[in-house]
Design a protein around this ligand. Sequence first.
Ligand SMILES: *Cc1c(COP(=O)(O)O)cnc(C)c1O
Length: 374
Amino acid sequence: MKVPFNKPYLPETAFEFIREAGQLNHLSGDGIFTRRVEDWMRSMLGVEHVLLTTSCTSALEMAMILTGAGPGDEVIVPSFTFVSCANAVVLRGATPVFADVDPATLSVSPETIEEAVTARTRVVMPVHYAGVAPQITEVVEFCEQRGLSVIEDAAHAFLGRTDSKPLGTFGNFGAFSFHETKNFSMGEGGALVVRSDADCDRAEIIREKGTNRRQFFNGMVDKYTWVDIGSSYVPSEILAAVLWAQFSEADTIRSRRAMLWERYDNALRPWAAQHGFTRPIVPANSEPTYHIYYVLAPDSATRNRLLHRLQALGVGAVFHYLPLEESVFGQQFRRHPCPNSTSASERLVRLPLFHTMTLDEIDFVIDCVTTERS
Ligand SMILES: *Cc1c(COP(=O)(O)O)cnc(C)c1O
């Protein structure tokens, strides 16, 4: 048997919805499927403003433009994250400052942010690793007290909650990803939550190449023109239709992922304890998204042995982020070491997890992890 790390999901209904978009003669962005997707997200998240975007990367870029941070300003980004966070900062001419992560959550905490704060800090960009963020309330409080804006990278965290509040709605901005590797997907895509009305007016313009096109179509102005900086951040209706097909199955997708995640966790508990591996935490105040099932090996040699063994057996297990301050481009921004990030990077293994995974497949993976064959 071979089990891939992820299997992109394209439900049959997606084709019906794409056909419907075609029949309405509307394949560019902001048609009825974009509206449906955004309305559903607004109601699930309990917020006023959600904009569908071409990716989480674009949503982070838009959020960075909206903060107004630029040359001379510093933005705190976790060391242990995807490059999109740091690129969004660098594209504005601002300086990314890499913060270490908490070893239990693999996300930044008030303590690790404090180590990175200077008089030039303007923005903090917490990432909810694996869709769990037990300390986000404290992180946002810390930032509010110091007048710092917060951009949540909630790429892993759509429909996750902390203290019953949806992730992506704690900060000034929240960015989601609907890339094919995420829980809900349109192939490539994302969304931006904007908390203030004024920011949202500007976000709509930035998303539409710096024009007031949305106001024009809403009948608020009688012509549309170039009014601000912006780029092409509006996804096609074809992709919005695919996302709508996935949202229509949200309950199934969520409950399958939860069941599979729990199956890993129950089956691997004794093995992990015996071999010195750490399992992911499920904090009492959090509703997880079950985006990633990972284990942390006691050391990097043990991690590498497990990865190679699984790959040889046909299991698509993978590592995750390399610390950004150790990357080719990120080294120039290095300030202080981030030992927890380095350690997680060397010890982490992600196991295959996708909601269409069969019980035979997951049990095969579990067997490959727990049974040492010579
Ligand atoms: C996937 C991911 C992104 C990028 O998402 P795209 O939609 O592919 O741009 C950004 N941040 C994190 C933490 C991610 O996991």
